[in-house]
Design a protein around this ligand. Structure first.
Ligand code: INI
Length: 195
């Protein structure tokens, strides 16, 4: 720890916040009366929509494989997973919106790969896609997970598509599983059924 960090910590310990060991940790009492809701990591009985773009398909195919693997390993039935392919990342929120609105899936997982080029194109598309995906969730109430890579180069993308930085498709699917569980608890256990 740096000298400045150690001195800040010493100040904290000797000050009125003596009970806080580290500035960012919160101590929870075991017998707390707080009602806590946390999603179970089970995908059993749930339906998932996946939107995946073909642009940079070398990467997006790996993200898709990771996402499906995660859902199935956590109990999803393959028949309850619908995959829609679209041209590029820009189109992902449009398809995600239609899937969410159709009411046939408990969550939508967005998978794509944006790699920075020589023009500002990347920045425009990246910011619209992130905003768009979040709007889908807020406007429809259906959880949306964001598994769209935004990288400086192909190497960074490969690292996140099954190499040393994991598989962000798998991670997005894990997020979707948790969100479905939390949102079912918040809505009193109501399940969205597949039509
Ligand atoms: N789409 C991507 O998914 N990734 C990219 O890296 C990319 N680049 O760099 O251009 C990309 N562009 C296509 C865009 O998403 C749309 O499909 C296209 O503009 C047609 O609407």
């Amino acid at each position: 720890m740096s000298r400045a960090g150690a001195s800040a910590l010493a100040d904290l310990r000797s000050g009125p916040f003596r009970e806080l060991r580290m500035p960012h940790t919160v101590t929870m009492k075991r017998n707390s009366m707080v009602q806590s809701i946390e999603g179970h990591l089970s995908a059993q009985g749930h339906s998932y929509g996946i939107v995946v773009s073909r642009f940079n398909s070398l990467i997006t195919k790996q993200l898709l494989e990771g996402a499906i693997d995660c859902l199935v390993r956590h109990g999803a039935d393959e028949k309850s997973i619908t995959v829609v392919h679209c041209p590029g990342s820009f189109e992902i929120p449009q398809i995600a919106f239609q899937m969410a609105k159709a009411g046939t899936c408990n969550a939508v997982i967005c998978l794509g790969c944006l790699i920075r080029g020589e023009t500002p194109h990347f920045d425009y598309v990246a910011s619209e896609v992130a905003k768009g995906a979040s709007q889908v969730a807020l406007q429809t109430g259906v959880p949306v997970a964001f598994g769209i890579l935004t990288t400086e180069n192909l190497e960074q993308a490969l690292e996140r598509a099954g190499a040393k930085a994991g598989n962000k498709g798998w991670d997005a699917a894990m997020t979707a599983i948790e969100l479905v569980n939390v949102s079912q608890q918040l809505s009193g256990g109501k399940k969205r059924s597949r039509n």
